[in-house]
Design a protein around this ligand. Sequence first.
Ligand code: HDE
Length: 709
Amino acid sequence: MAPRKPSSTSSSQSKNQSLESFRERPENTTLTTDQGIPIPHTDDSLKAGLRGATLLEDFHFREKLTRFDHERIPERVVHARGSAAHGYFRVYQSLEKYTKAKFLTDPSLRTPVFVRFSTVQGSRGSADTVRDVRGFATKFYTPEGNFDLVGNNIPVFFIQDGIKFPDVVHAVKPEPHNEMPQGGSAHDSFWDFVGLVPETAHMIMWVMSDRAIPRSYRMMEGFGVHTFRLVNAQGKSHFVKFHWKPLLGTHGLVWDEAQKIAGKDPDFHRRDLWEAIESGAPPEYELGLQIIPEEDALKYGFDLLDATKLVPEELVPVQRVGKLVLDRNPDNFFAETEQVAYCVSNVVPGIDFTNDPLLQARLFSYLDTQLTRLGGPNFAEIPINKPVCPVHNHQQDGFHRDTINTGRANYHPNSLGGGCPVLANPAQGFSHYQERLEGHKVRQRSETFSDHFSQARLFFKSLSRPEQEHLISALQFELGKCERPEVRERVVNQVLANIDSELATRVAKAVGVTPPKAAKPPKPPKSRHTVETSPALSMENTAKDSIRSRKIAALVADGFSSKELAQVKRALEASGAIVEVVGPTLSPVKSAEGTEEVPVKTFLTTHSVLFDAIYVPGGEKSVVALGMLPDAVDFVREAYKHCKALGFSGEGTQLIDAAGLSKLSAAQSLDSDPGVVQNPKADMKKFNQRFVEAIAAHRNWARQGPPPA
Ligand code: HDE
């Protein structure tokens, strides 16, 4: 891979510049203490005699150890494991009809952003590919202050009221008595909660689907989840749902593959994001808006304030209004990715909240949690959190204060400071939307929040058959790991039976629960503005037109055909893919033509699960050698099992039998499998075209065959 570009040529420049004065560049510098005293020796402590005890006066030793002892800050209570990138956002056309937010009304403005992706359950060091919701948090550094869109890759949530957040998080986190399992929901306390709280039903469908094991952060959607408001210059408000649409499409892993990746490369998603940016393939997403008139809050048979519901795209289309590009990796993980503090309450004029009780809780929680995590109230002064526009107010003091306020007037109103800072012009400043409210003070849930199963069913019914199979086996896996029969029983009968009877019956059988007698009749839809299925919910219908940034392993041993390898490599790279040559060792491999190729990885250092597709070039000697290497054979078999594209040219096709693929083929004949591209005659043009199409299709699920009886 090309060496890292030093600093950015990106368009996230204003943030990049604002960070510049904080960057420490070690080139041509001398080692000093924190006080700037030059240090000529740092490998031995100061001792009383060559073999004597260390002296307390050794300030360099004490400072070095003290600083090390205090390197850790508390990890986030949720979303601790994350990876982030800088970039920019630009709106395509002014949205002034709906909002007065400058970054959404000025198409010439490139707004710097910092996006952090995360898992929810696991600790900071947990594996990337666990089954979990992914966070998708975006900080827009706008000219009117920071706007934080703190979303997930799933459009709904487990609960309806934020007061239950500690409960759902305690339930899913590692259990308190033994702190197991790490990074996963397949344990009793989580499913105990699910069985007792049926409002989780819709979200459960999503987290058991392939959405919860994304192929890449670059290939997942993002959602603001709650209904927000857009408010225009005239004070008119519209409800809005925020979406991020990845230009590479939305793609998932296979569960078996995800588990293996967790061992082979626990940093799989982090590395994928980092390498894509370094290699010049910046992840891109479009911002989508579903705009809904306020009067329609109850039109769709559910309440727009209920975060366990989504608005089907077929009813309210997602308008794509701008583009997000992530083109620069952070300089320092701790300073940026760890210290970034997203706060749902950070909104700019033109964006406002609704009364969604989940959102209302979040408006309190994020600022509150940062106070402890980042050690006090001045965390907005940390470079990554600092707005790019001026900040003036009378807030002062507290731990870690950076700003040196001058003058005597630290109150409002004042005359000693000339009245400054003066109040903003109401037309430009933030004023809360004047929503009319009345009601009794109650601790109750609205009747409009009571349907927990219609949309769970809608989601399940909208999936393709292979996606449904994956979801069913995910539930069989998760509940199968629960020790208590009553926990499994309750989930099947209180939750799944209300969603779909085949789903409930098959899960019941697999986890030793008596299947529900009859499917519970679905409630009739409460609204005629509804849909039976929503094709937009299925990843089968996503973009499959590109192999940009896909990783393909070319398997070689001595005697491979360098001619075929070069042709295929050229074709794949021309379409934006990355080809890595994998060989028995890192020593050069000799081709049939006499040239040499140095593998970048070996069968020991990498594995099929870390690639999107496999290519085996011809060369009799090479193919025979590969066929005798169990790890090379395993490479091919695993790629086949995980439904990936496989390409075999020339004598490479002989590896098909050596790996026993013909016997594995569910379709009886590999010729009918569009994901296995064979070309014994080395007519490379057609081969390359078909191979590119097969990789772009992502996976050939038909290969999985029928489910076990
Ligand atoms: Fe969060 N959430 N959350 N959450 N959340 C946090 O804030 C919370 C919810 C989300 O990369 C915490 O800084 C409550 C929904 C993301 O730094 C904490 C409730 C959605 C991130 C917190 C929710 C999210 C967080 C932990 C229910 C999708 C990571 C550390 C009312 C729309 C941000 C922190 C990052 C992080 C509270 C529910 C997304 C404790 C109380 C719904 C992406 O404040």
